[in-house]
Design a protein around this ligand. Structure first.
Ligand code: SIN
Length: 349
């Protein structure tokens, strides 16, 4: 049987642009480097393809300000043919940012693909020191592979840029220069690419079967009160005293609003490790007002049936990457506290 493939179609844009010096981010020529040349700049691209074969074709080589019906028609024809091929898992299209929003809308509205079509682009030419094209293209291939494995939820036209996956219908270019130039009005991005792993926003994490969800609901509804969990915040000049006082008072769980990517002051960390030894549940989140902690891809999901799988990364799952660690919860502290209260209310697995 023929192998599953992801096909990458080149159409030009800044992602394929060339300037006379590495510092040049404005005075360059778009659409100069071939799609093969772009792929060669990403040595581990094949590893992002989820076991699919990568194929590439040059459909056009234009600055997208000059996009016209002739190129769109070529693109529509090629995509319709590729999407009808049972071997095609997903298609990636490189494109200029200037009219990306028109092309993305057109492809979604006209083709309504039942497989992922991931457009990508760049705000700096391929020759720039700060070239964003290689990372965007690498992320687009990973997104295509992972969205292809996500069934119907991953189908449709997407735009991958600056770590965010935007819906094709609502994406817009919002800034003429910044690397993070795209927005999706009203909806916001649908997913973020973090260390090669696509984290969907709003999609429930591993929730197991409907039967196990019913059982959990019955267990929660049978409780008159939830276990005692508090949030402690880590910061500069932190001491261990708040943790020690709460443990002495009988707290059952602690969620740490950690610094940055869920890090904890050394003074507080010792007290938390002691608390854990004493049987107190400890999870670490971040005090950053936007986003949730990002972990190495190897710790992304334990693949187990735990109702919080995908949100909760147990300490053991991080051991290889970071050594002794606290469990990390990929939720903001207030939600993490509620999740821990609910989790402590369930009988141990
Ligand atoms: C283009 O749209 O082809 C040039 C500008 C860009 O890609 O950012």
């Amino acid at each position: 049987m023929a192998e599953a493939k992801i096909v990458i179609l080149g159409t030009g844009g800044t992602i394929a642009g060339q300037a006379s010096s590495q510092g040049e981010g404005v005075g360059y020529k778009a659409a100069q480097i071939s799609i093969e040349g772009l792929l060669q700049a990403i040595p581990d691209l094949q590893a992002q393809a989820g076991g699919c074969v990568l194929e590439a074709a040059q459909l056009a080589q234009i600055d997208s300000k000059d996009m016209d019906w002739a190129v769109w028609r070529t693109l529509l024809r090629s995509l319709a043919e590729l999407l009808a091929d049972a071997c095609t898992r997903a298609v990636v299209v490189t494109h200029g940012t200037d009219t990306l929003e028109e092309t993305a809308w057109l492809l979604q509205a006209v083709l309504q693909p039942a497989k992922p079509v991931v457009l990508t682009c760049a705000m700096r030419p391929a020759t720039a020191l700060q070239a964003d094209g290689p990372q965007n293209l690498r992320d687009a291939v990973a997104a295509a592979a992972q969205a292809g494995g996500a069934g119907i939820a991953g189908a449709g036209v997407w735009v991958m840029a600056a770590g965010a996956l935007h819906p094709g219908l609502s994406v817009q270019k919002a800034h003429p220069y910044r690397l993070d130039a795209l927005r999706s009005y009203e909806s916001g991005p649908s997913a973020y690419m973090e260390e090669g792993v696509l984290r969907w926003v709003g999609r429930p994490a591993g929730t197991g079967s409907a039967e196990s969800a019913d059982k959990r609901l019955a267990q929660w509804l049978s409780r008159d009160a939830l276990p005692w969990v508090e949030i402690v915040t880590s910061g500069a000049a932190q001491s261990a005293r708040a943790v020690q006082a709460l443990v002495a008072a009988g707290v059952q769980g602690l969620v740490v609003a950690g610094t940055g990517n869920a890090t904890v002051h050394a003074q507080m960390l010792d007290a938390l490790l002691e608390a854990r030894k004493a049987g107190v549940r400890v999870w670490c989140s971040t005090r950053c007002p936007e986003g949730v902690p990002v972990l190495p891809a190897s710790a992304a999901s334990t693949g187990c049936e735990h109702w919080l799988d995908g949100w909760l990364v147990p300490a053991e799952a991080q051991a290889e990457a970071v050594g002794e660690a606290l469990a990390v919860i990929k939720l903001p502290p207030a939600k993490a506290r509620l999740a821990m209260m609910l989790d402590l209310a369930l009988p141990p697995a």
